[in-house]
Each structure stands twice: as C-alpha cells, then as structure tokens.
Design a protein around this ligand. Sequence first.
Ligand code: ADP
Length: 669
Amino acid sequence: MKKKRHITRAKKAKISEILTDSSHASTHLWRSARTADKAQEKIREELSELRSRFKGMIARGPVPFIVVDSEGYVREVNESASQLLDTPSSKLVDLSFGYLVHPADAGLWQEHLKRCSERGTDPVITELRFRLRDQRVLHIQLISNFFHREGVDLFQTALINQTTIKRRAQDLQDSRDFAESIVQTMRHPLAVLSEHLRIVSVNKAFVKLFGVTPLQATGQHLERLIRFGAETERFQEGLRNVLLTGEPVEDVRFEIKLRAGQMRTLLINAHPFLRRHGKEGLVLVAIEDITERKVAEDALRREQTMLARAEALAHVGSWEWDIHKDILVWSDELYRIFGVERGKFDTTYKSYLELIHPDDRHRVDLIIRKALHHTTPIDFQHRVIRADGERVLRCQGYFLLDSRGQPAVLLGTAQDITELRATEEKLRGTNRDLEERTRLLESSHGEMQAFSYSIAHDLRAPLRAIQGMSRILIEDYFEALDKDGQDYFGRIMDAAQRMDDLIRDLLDYARMTTVQLPIGPVDCEAIWNRVMANFAGDIKDKNAAIKKEHPLPPVQAHRTVVELALNNLIGNALKFFPKGGRPEIRVWTERLQSGCIRFHVEDKGIGIAPEHQQRIFRVFERLHPADAYPGTGIGLAIVKKGIERLGGSVGITSKPGDGSIFWFELPAA
Ligand code: ADP
C-alpha cells in the first residue's frame, strides 16, 4: 500500500508565501510589459520620423543620390542627382542607369552592378564616365550600399562628381608635361634642385655638357658634378640664398673645369619655385655655356683694341653714315682727328659739314652729293680747324646699297695727312734739288768725259812725237851713247810705251761709256781670227796652247765691244800664269735658255781669290805690281762696261792656283 504524503503546516505557509509573491510578480510583470510596449511604440514613432527626415534630407540634400535595383533600373532619384545628370527626375525614374554611362565604361558599370548584387556590407565604389544630353562628359564616382525593402534588393548610390578634380589633375599633368618638354628641349643645361640642393632632375643639354646620365646626376649636389674649384663656396652661398630669401641668382659667371679637364665659362641663373601644394621649395638652375661666346668676345675686344691702336698710329679714323636716318658713327680716333668730344658732337651730316674748314665746306658737300647721286666711291681732302691748329684730312669711302639698290650707308676712313703732306712737300723740294744737282752733275760729268777724252787724245800727239824722236835718236845716236846712256834711253822708250798703252786703254774705256754702240749681228769667228792674229807673236813666244772647242756663234752686239772683250780676256789669260809655266787656254760657248750665248775663256793660270773677284772689274784695280805682271788695270773695266751697255753680263769663277774662267753673255744673233 502506497504511503500517503503529509503536507506540513510549515510547508503550507511557505507555499502560500510563494503564491502571494508570484501574484505580486505577475502584477509587476504585467505592468512592466505595458511600459515596454509604450517605449517600443515611441521608438517606432521616432524611427519613422527619423526615416522620413533622412529621406527628406536625401531628397533635398546637396549630395546627388539615386536608388537602383539589381537590374540597374533607377527607382529613386534626388534633386541633386537630377541636376547633376541634367535630366528631370521623372525621366530618370525607371530608366536603365547604364543608358547614361559612357559606352567606353559600360563594362565597368556592369561590373559595379555585379559587385553590388553580392550584397557585401562594404560600399561598392567605381568611377565612371557619363555622357549627358549635351554631349558633356562627366567623371562620376559611384558609392553604392545595398539595402532590402519590401523583398527587393536595392542599392542606395551616391554620385560624387569628380569632373572638375579630374580636369584640374589633367591640367596639372598637362602643364607638368609642358614644363618638362620645355626643360628637355632647352638648349641650355637645366637642373632642378631639391630644398637640400640635391639634383631632382636634369635635361638633355645638362647630360651632354657634363657627361653624366640623369640617373647619375639625380640626388647629387651640383658641385659634385661641376668643378667650381675655388668658387665652390660662392656658388653654394648663392644657392642657399635662393632658398632662404627667394632672391634669384642672375647671370653670375663661373670658370669651371669639366671632368675631361677642359675649362669652360658658365653663366648661371638660379630661381626658386614651389611644387606639391607649395610645400616643397625647389630651385631651378639654368646654366649657359658661354665659353665660345667669351672667346669670341675676347677676340673682338682684342681686335677692337688693335684696330683702335692701328687707327691711332696711322692717324686714321673710321666712320659710317646711315643715310636714311642721318646718323654718323665715328671711331674714337676720328673724334681725336676732328678735335671734338664724343657726346658733344651732334652726329649728323650737317654737324660734320660744320666741322670742315669754311673754305672747303661747299666743295666737300658738292662732292658727297654728287657721289650719292652716282653711288661712286669718294676720295677727297679737306681741312679742319682744331684748337691746336689747322689739319688736313683725306676722306675715302664707298656706299652700301639697300635691297632696292639705293645707297643706304656711306662708310669709310678719314686720315690726318697733315704731317704726310708736309713730308711730301719736303720730299718734293728735295727731289727738285736732287734733279737739279743730277742735271748739273751730268753736265759736268759729260764735260769731264769730253775733257778727259780730249786730253787723252791730245796727249797722244806729243807722246807720238817723243816716241818718234826717240826712235830717230836710237837709230842715229845709239852707238854714240855709253852703256848708262843706252839704259836711260831704253827706260824712256818703255815709259813712253806704257803711257801710250794707258792712253789707249783710257780712250777705249771712255769710248765704251760715251759713244753710241749700234747693235747688229756680229761674226764672232772673224773676230776670233783677228784676236789670234793680234796675239800670234805672244802665243809663239810663250809657247801657249789655245784650244777653241768649236766655232763661235754669231751674237747680236757691237763688233768693237766683242773684239775688246775677247782681246782683254785672252790677253790676261796669256799674261797671268806662273813664272816658268806655259799658258793653257780653252775657249767655248754655251747657249742659255734665256736666248743668250755665254763665252768662256778658261786658263790654268794663277787664279784670283774670291774677295778680289768683283773689284778687278773696276778701273785701275790690279792685284799685282807692274814689274810682276804689266798692265794698266783698265782692261776688265772696259769689258764690263761694254758688255753691260749691250744688255749682257760678265762674271768669273776662279780659285787661287787653279786658274780662272772668265765669261760674258750676249744675245744670240
Ligand atoms: P791689267 O790686266 O791691265 O792689269 P785688267 O783690268 O785686265 O788689268 O785686270 C785687272 C786685274 O785682274 C789684273 O791686274 C790681275 O791682277 C787680275 N786678272 C785679270 N785677269 C786675270 C787672270 N786671267 N788670272 C789672274 N788674274 C787676272
């Protein structure tokens, strides 16, 4: 039998307590539930209000918004979006949004939609181009968020117009490209330096001049690539100053050494400029290699100095007259010549005329006007009155024509010829004096010649008388004289003979200088025969050997001269041989290219030292006393004078002890 359970009083009391508590609790719970309902209601109301405010904000807010469905159709559109897309909302709603997308970006739009449909929590962002009704293209960034409404997938999409930013970025890029292309195409080396004065970029000209690649140059200090030498500090100082004060370095010259060791002259300009939103200070360094220019400038300066010096030395000034503008340009020397100061002279043609001596002015003006009319060169003289006196100038010039052939410029020189004129005048005087003296001299010379000729001639008569009478004395009274008397007589006869020789030679010489020597063909063979006949006794006495190599050709000359020449040369060859020896003579001729015949008389005699070879052709020049080798010392002088008067020449080759070759030349007949 099942044991009956007993509920104790204590248990009952407990139960009743619990029941009372629970009834309280349920009352409390019910009350709480009611409060919660009310709160929930309130929240719902607030939420709905918030939602409608939010919707209103989107609808009227500044940010363009659209709502598209998963097919890409527009479900909602706010005012801003309609404005942005330049299409009324009524036309946008239910439109496939892809219709507005630029065809080139259609794929991107599909991709965007696909990513939206994946319902991620992150917004989907894509940048697309849109083409509006007026063909404008907008760059719009789409930011889409997925949401679900009434069982439909929708994408709330903000449209951020990037067009302006894009355009600005493009403009910026364009101007950068433009700047870069300018930098690169500049013929002068350029370098952009950072605020730490390190190279950021260089152009092609820089690479070429300094022989570094852009890569090698980038990050370097300029003075590592360009050897400024002692000027490094000055260069760095200038660059630092550009950064600190913004003051540019302008046209500063530096002498530098290239890596190859070549010296160059650079003209450097450095300008500050800002980049990257004005945050970074940069320096643009433009380098101009002016070495060649400097060399040319130096050369020009040197030439100008030389020209100025030459002008000063020669007292020549140069000038140029621009005819159309009537402007005169004068060199420094010309100002000195005219005695006017640069700056105080009005450089016009009229002012120039005023500087001319009043008596010459009109004439000069006429000459220039005439030359201008005919465009002929000018060359005239005029005077100027300077503070230190009157000067004479010689002006020479010529015209330069313009494209129409009209005179445009007259240019030339003016020389101060005052001293020259004085010297010329003096010279003319001296010349006149000289001419007069020469005339006097010639006449007295002629008189002297005539006088000496007549003396020589007249001396011969008494001499002949002496010789004749002496001969009679010898014939009739010689035996009557004692030995001494005979000796004295012999000497008188010798002296008379010598005197006769002397007079004969002098007369020959005088004849060579004064008488006319008509020229014609001369038969030299006939002359030779006469000469041989003349010396036949001598040849026999001295046992001389004379060899004529070939017949002597005829010449165009004067017979007496040729005969005298051969007589003298053969006579000397027979005379000047060593004592105890025997004369050996060789004669030959040679036809020269000049058309002359050269006659050679060679002997194996005593010869003549080089220092005497010229003087023996002068009158009375003898190298030996008369008792060693008799003679008058006139023979060779006669030969020279006669041959030269016929247009020929004479000469000698000889060596003491080795004999001599005397020669003379005359035109062939
Ligand atoms: P001369 O024979 O009357 O002395 P020349 O005028 O003929 O005068 O010669 C001048 C001088 O030249 C001679 O005195 C002699 O010293 C030298 N002379 C001329 N011909 C010869 C020769 N063939 N050999 C050496 N000396 C010569």
